[in-house]
Write a protein that binds this ligand. Sequence first.
Ligand code: GLN
Length: 556
Amino acid sequence: MVKSKSTRYIFITGGVVSSLGKGIAAASIGMLLKARGYHVTIMKMDPYINVDPGTLSPYQHGEVYVTDDGAETDLDLGHYERFIGTDMTKKNNATTGQIYYTVITRERRGDYLGKTVQVIPHITNEIKQRILAVGESDANYDVVLVEIGGTVGDIESLPFLEATRQFIQDIGPQNVMTIHLTLLPYLQTSGEMKTKPTQHSVMKMREIGLQPDMLLCRTAIPLAKEERDKIALFCSIPQEMVIEARDCDSIYQVPLNFEEQSVGNKVVNRLGLVQHEPDLSGWRDFVRKIENPSAFVRIAICGKYTHLKDSYKSIIESFVHAGVENNAKVELKWLDAEKLELNGAERYLRDVHGLLIPGGFGERGIEGKIKAIRYARENNMPFFGICLGLQCAVIEFARHICSINDANSTEFDPTTKNPVIDLMETQVKVVEKGGTMRLGAYRCLLQKETRAFDAFKKPEISERHRHRYEFNNSYLQQLTTNGLIISGKNPETGLVEMIELRDHPWFVGVQFHPELKSRALNAHPLFREFVKAAIDGKNELHDNKLMDESDEDSND
Ligand code: GLN
């Protein structure tokens, strides 16, 4: 590792519209610094008042990401981990709600000795303090990137921007860089790229005392010299710091596009760090493989939030990583579980090579998921159940193999006589929502000679969790006697972490969320093996079909 004298900070703000990809931009710059040997982490400041995203609907805010230390966080932390490989912690995400909560709790305790408690300095101090806490942690980071959620000009993000202004003063402008992500809309009718919204967005930043050092300009078409000059002039930014951020097919291409414009070197220079040749060979290879797959496979994802893909962000990315390791393109077919409930599974699953049931909450669509699992089990289709997916697979097995016809989870039927899935003992008295599930990393011991062991190739793993219900161990005997294999267990509590079936090409359920630990250059072993099984199954199907065809020939 290269060690610098003091931690440097990069603030990333967004302008014009939301959803420009600030998270990916931050992750990409972090990755370029990491490729130069710097020790990097990334923080996300979320301007909403919720104390954490754990209680937000996936429809509103996409997936809830979970860290090893059990924080329920914004999904951008997933991008950070996938791009830079550094494990995030509770400290890497802060919301307005958390910041006010801390300040108000202090005020109630009398810590402010009767002073008037105000946005400046109390809220801004708390924001600065949280940023410094990451920079000054034992991890000894060379660079901390801070992504400020929302769009410049929003009322909610003002305290964060004000804190940024103060922070730059406190630790010296030479140690801090501000990068602004903006949009250059293209007007089809006049055939023109427009720079005005960017000018206004930078003006808005200046109003609060912030001058960006670099602009990342999202655009659908190339950024011509004329526009670049104009932006540089109006925004007081050196021309070489106006960077084109062209739309691209894969988010993993973004850091390479930045690198082509020497963004890494420019950032290193601006922060007064030592230049090092970046090692991007692994990343380039990874992107090349995404673009040139040699096989193709189609996986169905049957869930409840399928029309909002952000709800399954980490799963989608895990398939990209696993696809690369198998040299395959994984196409995802999204299935609304309620439709399967009505129409049966066959018509939706006959053209796919694998089925994944993701995590979820509540009763809606459950019977559709159970139908899908039954189809996969009976038709030798590779199946991967995650969290709720495991729970549905256990119910399906209990009902159709063990003849416990009314088997259910108490989450869906609180009065069921056969709760094969039940509320965890530790959850019975929990009434508060938010941060109260079984969260974060727990150990899991693997049974030898199982799919689980084959995938991980070691006896113990650690995976992340987010659930309240569990496999009910009073049914363990009955289910295992009928052939269910318990391939992973938590050693402290005996909680079932993994199940599988023997006489099936690949049928695995996990109580944890493997998608939270898949990395761009290090696919999760279970996703890798699931995709492999789907490819093998497809090839076998193809071979069988060829054989059938030749049989027909010989019959002629
Ligand atoms: N609703 C289930 C539980 O709480 C599953 C949770 C999940 O899939 N994340 O246990």
